[in-house]
Design a binder for this molecule. Structure first.
Ligand SMILES: NC(=O)c1ccc[n+]([C@@H]2O[C@H](COP(=O)([O-])OP(=O)(O)OC[C@H]3O[C@@H](n4cnc5c(N)ncnc54)[C@H](OP(=O)(O)O)[C@@H]3O)[C@@H](O)[C@H]2O)c1
Ligand SMILES: [Zn+2]
Length: 333
C-alpha cells in the first residue's frame, strides 16, 4: 500500500510503499476512501505531545473507508464491505492510575489514532472496533470525512456549552473546526459571530450563516462582542495564545469560553473581569462522532472541503497550517 509517513519531528512527508497490515484481535482492516487533514495532525508531525510520538508514523484521524477484513474476536456486528469512520480515538486502558486519578491523556497504554498508531494518510489502515462509526448512507465519504474529528468536536462543544437557541455564539478561527462550528451553530438556532484574521473569509462566513464578522487583526474583539451584548459561548479554535487573550472580556454574564484549540503557550487575562461576568474558561475535547454524523445526515450539514491526492499531502498540510484551506483539506484515494 502507499502511505504518507513522517519520520522525524517537523520533517516532511514521504510517500512510501508498505505491506498492507493484518488485523489482530478485535481489529479491522479498512480501505481508506478519504482522510481529512486536521490541525491536530501537527502534533504528530511535530513529534507528539512533549515529543512522545514514536516516529516514523502515518498521521490522520478523520477517516472514512470500507472494511476489508475483520480480525479474530471482533466486538460488534461489523461486516466486510461496510462503510465506517474513525476519528481521534484515544484507546485509553481505563483502569490504570492515570486513567482513574491522573491527568487526561496521561495513560501510558493509550493509543491515539494517527499519533501512537498509524492513521489514515494511507491506502489501508487498522482500527480497533471500538473506534468505528457507521456512516449514514446519504453521506458522501469524501465530503464527510472531517465530521470524524472537526465535526464531532464542534458539535459536542455546542451541545455541552451553556448557550440556548437565540444566544450569541462566537467562533474564533475560521478553519476546519470553525466553519463546521458555524454551520452546526446556525442550524441549532444560535446567532453566530465569526472571528477571523483579516477580511478574506468575511463573505464566505456570511454566506454560511454568520450574522456578525469580527476581524481579529484590526478590531478589539472583546469590545466588538460586548457591543452585541457579549457572547454566551465562545468556541476558541484559533491556535494562538494572543488570539485567546483577546476573547476573555467578550462574554456576557454566565458566559463560557471553551478552549478547543491546542495551544502550548501561557495566556494572560485579567482574572477579576471573569469574576464580574461570572464567566467560565474551560477546555473541550471529545464529542460523539455518531451524534455528529446523525445530525449532519438528517440536516445535510456538511463540511466544505478541498481535495488532494496522497502525492499532494505536503502541499495540503502546508496550506492547512497557513490557514488558507477552504475549509478542510481531504486526501482522497
Ligand atoms: N479539542 C479537540 O478535541 C480538538 C479536535 C480537533 C482539533 N483541535 C485543535 O483545534 C485547533 C483548530 O483545528 P483546525 O483543524 O480547525 O485547524 P485549521 O483548519 O488550521 O483552522 C484553524 C484556524 O485558526 C486560525 N489560525 C491558524 N493559525 C493561526 C495563528 N498562528 N494565529 C491565529 N490564528 C490562526 C485560522 O483562522 P482565520 O484565518 O479565520 O484566522 C485557521 O483557519 C488546532 O489547535 C487543533 O489541534 C482540537
Ligand atoms: Zn482532529
Amino acid at each position: 500500500m502507499r502511505a504518507a509517513v513522517v519520520s522525524e519531528p517537523a520533517g516532511k512527508f514521504e510517500i512510501v510503499n508498505l505491506p498492507i497490515p493484518t488485523p489482530a484481535n478485535n481489529e479491522v482492516l479498512i480501505k481508506v476512501e478519504a482522510c481529512g487533514i486536521c490541525h491536530g495532525d501537527s502534533v504528530t508531525v511535530e513529534g507528539g505531545f512533549d515529543g512522545k510520538c514514536k516516529l516514523p508514523r502515518i498521521p490522520g484521524h478523520e477517516i472514512i473507508g470500507i472494511i476489508k477484513e475483520i480480525g479474530k474476536n471482533a466486538k460488534g456486528s461489523w461486516k466486510v464491505g461496510q462503510r465506517v469512520g474513525v476519528g481521534w480515538h484515544a484507546d485509553h486502558c481505563g483502569s490504570c492510575n492515570e486513567c482513574i486519578h491522573g491527568e487526561f491523556g496521561a495513560c501510558k497504554f493509550a493509543k491515539v489514532t494517527g499519533l501512537d498508531v498509524d492513521g489514515g494518510y494511507a491506502e489501508y489502515m487498522i482500527s480497533k472496533t471500538e473506534a468505528l462509526s457507521e456512516i449514514p448512507e446519504n453521506l458522501d465519504p469524501i465530503i464527510s470525512a472531517p465530521i470524524m474529528c472537526a465535526g464531532r468536536t464542534t458539535f459536542g462543544a455546542l451541545i455541552e456549552g451553556n448557550a440556548k437557541p437565540g444566544d450569541l455564539v462566537a467562533i474564533s478561527g475560521f478553519g476546519g473546526l470553525g466553519h463546521l462550528a458555524l454551520k452546526y451553530a446556525k442550524e441549532m438556532g444560535f446567532v453566530v459571530a465569526v472571528i477571523s484574521r483579516g477580511q478574506a473569509k468575511k463573505e464566505l462566513a456570511v454566506k454560511m450563516g454568520a450574522r456578525y464578522y469580527i476581524d481579529s487583526q484590526t478590531g478589539d474583539v472583546s469590545k466588538e462582542l460586548m457591543k452585541l451584548g457579549g457572547a454566551k459561548l465562545i468556541l476558541a479554535t484559533a491556535p494562538n495564545a494572543k488570539i485567546l487573550e483577546k476573547l476573555t472580556d467578550g462574554i456576557c454574564r454566565n458566559g463560557t469560553i471553551m478552549i478547543i484549540t491546542y495551544v502550548g503557550q501561557p495566556m494572560n487575562f485579567v482574572a477579576g473581569k471573569l469574576l464580574h461576568s461570572n464567566g467560565i474558561i474551560r477546555g473541550w475535547t471529545g464529542g460523539v462522532a455518531s451524534d455528529a454524523l446523525k445530525f449532519s445526515s438528517s440536516n445535510l450539514i456538511l463540511p466544505t472541503v478541498e481535495t488532494f491526492k496522497l502525492d499532494e499531502v505536503q502541499k495540503a498540510y502546508d496550506k492547512m497550517m497557513s490557514g488558507e484551506v477552504k475549509f478542510r483539506a481531504v486526501i482522497t484515494f
